[in-house]
Design a protein around this ligand. Structure first.
Ligand SMILES: Nc1ncnc2c1ncn2[C@@H]1O[C@H](COP(=O)(O)OP(=O)(O)OP(=O)(O)O)[C@@H](O)[C@H]1O
Ligand SMILES: [Mg+2]
Length: 497
């Protein structure tokens, strides 16, 4: 098969960081090429250069055998190379339709007037075609949730019928419906002799979906595996440069004595997201919450942190009610939001400032005075324990790789003495090595008597980590499942759909 995508001897630096060091890779027609590597290994940098988002310092690129030097992402897309980016790729203030035809309003302009009706109609068609007909193209992108905004991006790229599609760490944040849409598009492109480059930290997903797999480490290509060479241990070793040992999830299954209740939610109602929803959280338990993406679980996370208000119902921590986020934090609640870029992090601020914001009350020794030395020590601890890849803690969060941003969002709450942690998709986009440390950290917190509410789209993580698992469906509590060795993904999914 002829090579469609060729990258030769590509290098890219950001100040002192060498993001890519003499990278060469290729992908041919009718193939899904996987890219895997630890957080910060250069996957997004290499592919985003190919898709026109930024320039390399050195190297050459070819597309269908011809020199390839796209001027911008739009230019690349118009010529046949599209990318679904890892971060938010939509503009919140404008409609889904305007996002789909961003920079192309001329097509719908007649004299001075933009024919909105025509644009919305065409955008709705684009959404329907990929199987996202539940999204209203006329709505502002900001009113859509994370998954639906991703689907808008996919519709935007697929509208141009590209020859090459890059999917950058998109699937872990999507529910099964969103994943199925992406998988189907990948399959169709492959069958049509087109090319897909698929980036993911989920090894099973990679091994199931890809024809070949290229491993990056510290900006260098380590090895390319053909599908008949796919073997978990070998791939992990190539990624990390050492064998990963120890079990991934906790491995205890003994029944525990029931401990006291720390948080009680009763009869919560909020639009179609929460319907007469009640739950309790016990001391020292990991309470998993799962369901399909629109089942209400992400809204529940926000409501428990008082970031959103329920229309009715009560939430109490040890008999205290709380009305806003500050009060929730006073009650010892911490919250890692799913949508890290808009809700969890201040991107144009340093790692230090992001981590220190949540930990302020611990750092301040005397009220209102922040001791720099304590602050630095506290931040450095978090950076080291989560191996956040950065030059130093003054680096802006906006310049970190996706997984490293996620670690900052997580680290922000870990050092803080939260007694109840609400974690919404906490391991999204995090590589397997650090994921393992996050699971260990969660387990340690449980043993210290802290309570964790783990909201997740990843079934294996929910089953592997939870003491109890609540399955939600259409805003209601559908089923409660106890931790058990026998519990399978199929058992859980049965209650979701
Ligand atoms: N604009 C930037 N300024 C400074 N450093 C950057 C910038 N963009 C990327 N980097 C650095 O380049 C390195 C490679 O980042 P990249 O985003 O390509 O990693 P990745 O393999 O996609 O990781 P992840 O799995 O976390 O998404 C990282 O160390 C990152 O901090
Ligand atoms: Mg990335």
């Amino acid at each position: 098969m002829p090579d469609i995508v060729e990258i030769k001897n590509m290098s890219k630096r950001f100040g002192p960081t060498v993001a890519l060091d003499d990278v060469s890779l290729s992908a041919c027609s009718g193939e899904v090429l996987g890219l895997i590597g630890e957080n910060g290994s250069g996957k997004s940098t290499a592919t985003s250069i190919y898709a026109g988002m930024q320039k390399c310092d050195e190297g050459t690129m070819l597309f269908k055998g011809q020199p390839w030097n796209p001027l911008s992402m739009n230019d690349a897309l118009a010529k046949g190379v599209g990318m679904i980016v890892q971060e938010n790729g939509t503009v919140p203030g404008i409609s889904a339709a305007e996002n789909i035809f961003l920079g192309e309003t001329a097509e719908f302009t007649n004299g001075l007037f933009v024919n909105r009706k025509k644009m919305i109609e065409k955008a709705q068609n684009a959404l329907d075609r990929i199987g996202a007909d539940h999204i209203n193209a006329a709505l502002p992108a900001g009113a859509l949730d994370f998954q639906d905004r991703k689907l808008v991006e996919i519709a935007r790229v697929m509208e141009k019928n590209p020859d090459v599609l890059v999917v950058d760490e998109t699937t872990t944040a999507l529910s099964q419906k969103g994943r199925d849409i992406i998988y189907r598009i990948m399959e169709e492109m492959k069958n049509a002799g087109k090319t897909v480059i698929f980036i993911s930290h989920d090894l099973d997903e990679i091994m199931n979906r890809c024809d070949r797999l290229t491993v990056l480490r510290d900006g260098k290509i380590i090895r390319t595996f053909n599908s008949d060479e796919f073997e978990e241990g070998a791939i992990k070793a190539a990624m990390i440069g050492r064998e990963l040992s120890g079990s991934y999830y906790r491995d205890d299954y003994e029944e525990e004595t029931e401990s006291e209740t720390v948080l009680t939610a009763e009869h919560l109602n909020l639009t179609d997201q929460l319907i007469d929803f009640s739950m309790e959280v016990r001391k020292g338990e990991i309470l998993g919450i799962g369901g399909l993406s629109h089942c209400g679980m992400h809204t529940l996370g926000k409501v428990l942190f008082a970031a959103e208000k329920a229309e009715s119902g009560t939430i109490k921590v040890h008999d205290h009610t709380y009305e806003n986020e500050a009060a929730a934090m006073k009650e010892g609640i911490g919250y890692v939001a799913k949508d890290r870029d808009t809700e969890s992090l201040v991107l144009e601020a340093s790692i230090k400032d992001n981590i220190a914001i949540a930990g302020l009350d611990r750092i301040a020794v005397k009220k209102h005075f922040i001791f720099r030395k304590n602050e630095n020590r506290y931040v450095d601890e978090q950076v080291a324990s989560l191996s956040i890849k950065c030059n130093d803690s003054s680096q802006y969060v906006s310049t970190l790789s996706g997984g490293n941003k996620q670690k900052v969002a997580f680290g922000k709450w870990m050092g803080r003495d939260s007694q109840i942690l609400i974690l919404d998709c906490p391991t999204r986009g995090v590589d397997i090595g650090v994921k393992q440390s996050m699971y260990q950290l969660m387990y340690r917190m449980k043993q210290e008597g802290k309570s964790i509410i783990l909201i997740s789209e990843e079934m294996a993580e929910l089953i592997g980590m939870s003491d109890r698992l609540l399955i939600m469906k259409d805003g209601r509590l559908q089923k409660e499942l106890k931790r058990s060795r026998e519990l399978s993904e199929a058992d859980v999914i049965e209650y979701m759909i």
